[in-house]
Unconditional design. Structure first.
Lengths: 37, 479
């Protein structure tokens, strides 16, 4: 397999982290499907 | 040098990318194909640097050892900075440095959002933006909710599951089989819910199975039935969090909502026990007419206890399309007051108001999915049915007694249809000036309109315009 240095394609940012689920939109940052109970 | 994957870190390979995620800090990172192979060599037990180098050299035969060593060192040190991996001089050194969650940290709930600090802004793509594009073309199960039982010891007034349907436990063997399938398909986050999950007699076995399958575990519960045995197993499982419903600091109000006398005291006592055991707790506090004046005390109590409290006031109709539970929903005047209160009291909410709205990039926005159902999320309930999410129980994707998880994910016609839905499927929303303030949700449309997911519920519009007005008021006064 050919080799190249490992590269970061994306990381958690203030503008978005998949794992934190936030922020989606201004003022509606709750993921309401996760706080439904 | 010895290296290990931290207790809170999860690693997956999706096609030609690698994903690493920390359930405590919520930091995550996506690597290219070489990075995915480097990640695959990390383990939960300490490993010698030379051993990893040799494993990589056996794959990249054209590269020389010095080059791989240098790149691996950079790779490991970068991951160490964000606590994805632990590095030390010996195996014991590495093990001793890998800490577990503790409320003795200065502010444990804050660590989750530390990356919101503007000092850490960087030019690299965010994981949200990357996955928004990637998952559209490569649907991948990442999150799954498993309803272990529909039975519940409480009868919450606003609950979206009809009380007469709260009868079934999931077959424990089936649940464990699906958890294994989820791991094989690359899933990471499992939410064990109900009903009340502690009512399932095999809750502990199912929890242990999730741990064995290297899944990041969340539990949704009212905590009333938390026994010492269950708590000990939760501690051992190093869960991501237990989310507990607490409606008020006023005992009578809480018990009136749950319709279970004495539930407030048991829930509060058990939250305290979980904190004393350093198990991460998050409070869910749906707000409705009964607790609209007292929920703020839950926010304050949580803040003092270093617990994050989420409030939600957009109630969902029942899964059988009955809507009598919605009589407890806040009206527009009450909603306005609530949003003002949140802006005044929720510091984390304020921090997030300054972030640029996603939908500013309009062309990209209109082609995005509305949410992650069928793209990265799925739900399974106690009778074996798969649904898009837990509230969407009149839209069946398949059944675990007849289909494997893979078959449902790849072949269900209903899931394929969900994947075809984007923001542009709601044209009236695209041109709406309150679009950035709206949390429109298809299942809430569906349950309130006899099954029409495209009929936008007017409550969303009302709340979005109220939110827009109050946020803009706050921002103009701040200037």
């Amino acid at each position: 397999m050919s080799y190249k240095k490992p590269e970061v394609l994306a990381k958690n940012q203030p503008t978005g982290s998949y794992s934190a689920g936030c922020p989606e939109k201004t003022g509606t940052c709750w993921r309401s499907c996760e706080i439904r109970k | 040098m010895f290296i290990k994957q931290s207790n809170d870190t999860f690693i997956r390979k999706y096609n030609n990318i690698g994903y690493i995620y920390n359930q405590r800090t919520k930091h995550d990172r996506i690597y290219d194909e070489t990075g995915s192979i480097f990640l695959s060599k990390l383990t939960r037990t300490p490993k010698n640097f030379n051993e990893i180098t040799e494993e990589l050299q056996s794959i990249f035969t054209s590269a020389n050892r010095a080059e791989i060593e240098n790149d691996l060192k950079d790779f490991i040190l970068e991951l160490e900075k964000d606590k994805f991996v632990i590095v030390g001089e010996s195996k014991n050194d590495v093990e001793s440095k890998d800490y577990l969650f503790s409320y003795s940290f200065e502010d444990p709930k804050k660590s989750t959002y530390s990356f919101l600090n503007p000092e850490k802004y960087q030019t690299i793509l965010s994981t949200t933006d990357f996955f928004d594009n990637y998952l559209r073309n490569n649907p991948q199960i990442i999150d799954m909710e498993m309803e272990l039982t529909s039975r519940c010891n409480e009868r919450c007034l606003h609950c979206y599951i009809p009380h007469e349907n709260k009868l079934n436990d999931i077959d424990a063997q089936l649940a464990m089989d699906i958890l294994c399938q989820m791991k094989e398909l690359g899933g990471i986050n499992i939410s064990l819910s109900g009903g009340e999950p502690f009512l399932h007699e095999n809750f502990i076995s199912i929890l242990q199975s999730a741990r064995k399958n290297d899944l990041s575990i969340s539990i949704l519960s009212n905590a009333v039935l938390l026994s010492n045995e269950i708590m000990s197993c939760i501690k051992d499982a190093n869960i991501s969090q237990i989310q507990i419903s607490l409606y008020s600091m006023n005992q009578k109000e809480h018990d009136k909502i749950t319709q279970l006398q004495g539930s407030w005291k048991k829930t509060i006592d058990n939250i305290e026990r979980l904190i004393s055991e350093n198990i991460p707790v998050q409070i869910s506090c749906p707000v409705m007419k009964i607790n609209q004046f007292s929920y703020i005390d839950v926010l304050k109590w949580g803040y003092d206890k270093k617990i994050k409290v989420n409030t939600d006031f957009i109630m969902m109709g029942r899964t059988d399309f009955s809507t009598d539970n919605l009589k407890f929903r806040l009206n527009s005047i009450e909603t306005t007051q609530l949003i003002k209160d949140i802006i005044r009291n929720d510091k984390e909410y304020i921090e997030q108001l300054d972030i640029e709205p996603k939908s500013n990039k309009f062309d990209d926005y209109k082609n995005k999915p509305v949410c992650g159902v069928g793209i990265s999320n799925i739900c399974m309930v106690s009778n074996g049915n798969f649904y898009p999410c837990s509230g969407w129980q009149s839209y069946i994707l398949g059944n675990a007694y007849k289909n494997s998880l893979k078959e449902v994910w790849e072949n269900s016609e209903n899931i394929k249809f969900l994947r075809s839905i984007t923001n542009s499927s709601f044209p009236q929303c695209l041109s709406c000036e309150a679009r950035d303030y709206c949390s429109m949700c298809m299942v809430r449309n569906f349950n309130e309109s006899n099954g029409d997911m495209f009929k936008v519920n007017k409550n969303f519009c009302e709340v979005a315009f109220i939110t827009k007005k109050e946020v803009e008021n706050y921002k103009s006064k701040r200037k």
